[in-house]
Ligand binder design. Structure first.
Ligand code: PGA
Length: 242
C-alpha cells in the first residue's frame, strides 16, 4: 500500500479526480466503484467540470457501493441521492451506465446475488475508491466482516448509525445496510482509500500501525497489490512521521 499525504482537502480532491477521470476517459470498458459521503464531494465537483457533455460517449460503467436498507435515490441523504446530486446529475451520467442495489426491494438477498453476478461477469472492478468510516469500515462492511465476503446485508454498528446522521436533514432510524463486500475490493485492480480531516486521524493511525485484521476492514488495503491511502495532512496528523 502506498501512502500519499497531500497538503489539504483541495489537493486530495484534485489528486482523486485525476485518477478517476483517467479511468473514465480510458477507451476500455472500465468498471468503477465510487463512494458517497463527504470526502469525495470535492473530487466529484472537479470530475463534473471536466466531464460535462462527454460521459455518454465514454465506455466506463459505475457500480454502486452501498445503500441504507429501505432508501433509494429519492430519499434525501441516502447514498444514491448523494451520488445522483453530486455526480450523476452534474456529469449527465445516464442510468444505462449505473448498476446499483435496489435497497427498497422485498428480496434484498436477490439484490446481492444480482450485483455479485454482474461483477463476476463484467469485473473485476478496475478502480475502487472507498471512504474510510470512523470505525474503519469500507462501504458498509463493518468491523468483523470477513475479507472473503461478497455483497451482503449488514446490521449497522452503533458508530455508523450515529455518524451517518450527518447526511440527513433530520434524525433517521438506521438499522441495516446493503453493500458490496470486501472480496470485491480485494479483487479490484486498483484500490484507493481516502480520508480527510482531523476526525479521521485516529483511524488512519490504527490502519497504519495495527496488523491486518477483520477488526479494521480498511487494513485490507495493506494486502492489496495496487492500493493507495490518500490522506490530507489533518488525517495524517496522528502518524509518527508527521
Ligand atoms: P465520509 O464517510 O466521507 O462522510 O467521512 C466515510 C464513510 O463512513 O464511509
Amino acid at each position: 500500500m502506498d501512502i500519499e499525504r497531500v497538503t489539504d482537502y483541495g489537493a486530495l480532491s484534485e489528486r482523486l479526480a485525476a485518477e478517476v477521470l483517467s479511468c473514465m476517459l480510458d477507451s476500455g470498458e472500465n468498471l468503477i466503484c465510487l463512494p458517497s459521503g463527504d470526502t469525495p464531494l470535492g473530487a466529484f465537483k472537479i470530475i463534473a467540470s471536466k466531464l460535462s457533455g462527454k460521459s455518454n460517449r465514454l465506455n466506463f460503467k459505475l457500480v454502486g457501493l452501498d445503500e441504507w436498507v429501505g432508501m433509494g435515490r429519492d430519499t434525501k441523504g441516502s447514498c444514491q441521492s448523494c451520488m445522483f446530486e453530486h455526480l450523476y446529475k452534474p456529469c449527465a451520467i445516464g442510468r444505462d451506465k449505473i448498476i446499483e442495489f435496489n435497497a427498497q426491494s422485498t428480496d434484498l438477498e436477490m439484490e446481492c446475488r444480482k450485483m455479485d453476478r454482474f461483477i463476476a461477469e463484467n469485473g473485476p472492478i478496475d478502480l475502487a475508491v472507498l471512504g474510510i468510516g470512523m470505525n474503519g469500515h469500507l462501504g458498509l462492511n463493518e468491523p468483523g466482516t470477513s475479507f472473503s465476503q461478497s455483497s451482503h446485508i449488514v446490521p449497522l454498528s452503533e458508530t455508523t448509525k450515529k455518524v451517518a446522521q450527518k447526511y440527513f436533514p433530520e434524525p433517521v432510524e438506521l438499522e441495516k445496510g446493503i453493500t458490496l463486500g470486501l472480496k470485491h475490493f480485494l479483487e479490484a485492480k486498483r484500490l484507493i482509500l481516502i480520508a480527510s480531516g482531523k476526525q479521521k486521524a485516529e483511524i488512519v493511525r490504527r490502519i497504519m500501525e495495527e496488523e491486518v485484521s477483520e477488526r479494521i476492514p480498511a487494513t485490507i488495503a495493506k494486502i492489496h497489490p495496487d492500493s493507495t491511502l490518500l490522506i490530507d495532512h489533518h488525517a495524517a496528523s496522528a502518524l509518527q512521521e508527521e
